[in-house]
Every structure is written in C-alpha cells, then in structure tokens.
Design a protein around this ligand. Structure first.
Ligand code: C5P
Length: 222
C-alpha cells in the first residue's frame, strides 16, 4: 500500500487515539495525536500563568518551547521544549481548560500549520476533531468515530484509574458531554463529520473490532 494519510476524528474518548496508534504501528506510519498538542498549549498556559485570553503571549511561549513527540518504549512521549509533559497533559486541570484554549483562532492557526507540516509526506495517522475537515482535507481515508457518552465515560474512567488520575464517574461523564458541546459549537473548525468521512459507531465494539472495521474501509478506499 502506498503511504496514505488516515484522518480519525470524533468526540472525546471515542477511542480515536487507541485505534490510531494500532493502525500506525501495523502500517509503519507515524502517529500524530493533535489533542495532545492542544493539551500541551493548555499545560503551558497553566504552568506559565498565561491567560487564555492573551493568545499572542501563548503563541510566543509555544514558539520558545516548541511541542514535539518522541517515541519511547513506554509509548509516544509529548514534550514542551525539553520538558516531558506526557502525564501532565492528561490531568484534570488541563482537561477542563483545553476546549477553551482550542477555540482560540491564533492557537488553532499555529497548531494546524504544525500538524500539516507533520503530515505533509503522508504515511500518517492523525487523530483529532478537524483533521478530515481542515488539517488534512485530502486524506485518502477519513473516519468519524462516535460512541454513546455512557460508554465513552466508562472507557475513560478505566483509563484514568489505571493511570492513577483521581476520577468521579458522574463528573467525568458531565465533563465529556461539556467538552463535546464546546468542541461542536465553537466558531472555528468545530467538531463535524467531513462530508467524505465514514461514520463508525463503536458503541459495543471492542478495540480489535474497531481496528478491523477501519482496515476494511482502508482497503475499500485505496
Ligand atoms: O483528543 P483529546 O480529547 O485529547 O483532545 C483534547 C481537546 O483538544 C479536545 O476536547 C478539543 O477541544 C481539542 N482538539 C481540537 N482539535 C483537534 C484535537 C483536539 O480542538 N484536532
């Protein structure tokens, strides 16, 4: 198979990153977690006490300490400058603020540019909210993953507990629904299914089944 671009979008905790990582490994592609990039900017805003309303300052801070990914035996690590923020960006303070940061136009412009740079040679699996619509509109394969809020909250709850992130199930469910609302109703690049994306409802499916469905779609489209 020639090196194609695979765009996976969908709401919070719909399983995008888990399946994207497996696909990237199976095809020998690079994996770009764009949510981690918005989380990294949010982390920097909190760490440096930069108001989300002062977008220019936030962009300057990111230019000084660029976001990068590094493969490791513990999975892909996310860096802001020299600092490994892989765990920090999954904490509740970042999760609760990230959708507000991601709605800012200068932040989006800067990160989309970087994401397009990462994906310019193909051979990439990228997941997020606007990959099929804005970042890689020419991607050969576009998937829009959805699942019920209940199931997504259950999956994320288990992940958080495994990572020792303190979590209350009901609050988590509300937080996921709130993030979906903010991401879908923002003015710039809202979370919407691209016209040419294939909708895949993963409610009741396990990871292997979802990966299997996507591989069938990839075969059909290439
Ligand atoms: O994918 P994840 O849940 O880690 O993304 C965190 C947040 O980053 C999302 O809720 C959304 O606000 C933002 N995001 C975005 N566009 C992307 C990826 C993530 O706005 N392409």
């Amino acid at each position: 198979m020639k090196d194609i671009s695979i765009a996976i979008d969908g709401p919070a905790s719909s399983g995008k990153s888990t399946v994207a990582k497996i696909l990237a490994k199976d095809y020998g592609y690079i994996y770009i977690d764009t949510g981690a990039m918005y989380r990294a900017v949010t982390y920097l805003a909190l760490a440096k006490k930069i108001s989300v309303e002062t977008e220019e300052l936030l962009i300057q801070a990111i230019e000084k300490q660029p976001i990068s990914f590094q493969a490791s035996e513990n999975g892909q690590q996310v860096f802001v400058g020299d600092e490994n923020v892989t765990e920090a960006i999954r904490q509740n303070d970042v999760t609760n603020l990230v959708s507000t940061v991601a709605a800012k136009s200068l932040v989006r412009t800067a990160l989309v540019k970087l994401q397009q740079e990462f994906g310019k040679n193909g051979g990439v699996v990228m997941d997020g909210r606007d990959i099929g619509t804005v970042v890689l509109p020419k991607a050969e394969v576009k998937i829009f993953l959805v699942a019920s809020v209940e199931e997504r909250a259950e999956r994320r709850y288990k992940e958080n507990i495994a990572k020792k992130i303190p979590t209350d199930f009901e609050i988590l469910k509300e937080e996921i629904a709130r993030r979906d609302y903010l991401d879908s109703t923002r003015e710039i690049s809202p979370l919407v299914q691209a016209e040419d994306a294939v909708l895949l409802d993963t409610t009741g499916l396990n990871i292997e089944e979802v990966v299997g469905e996507i591989k069938k779609i990839i075969i059909e489209k290439t």
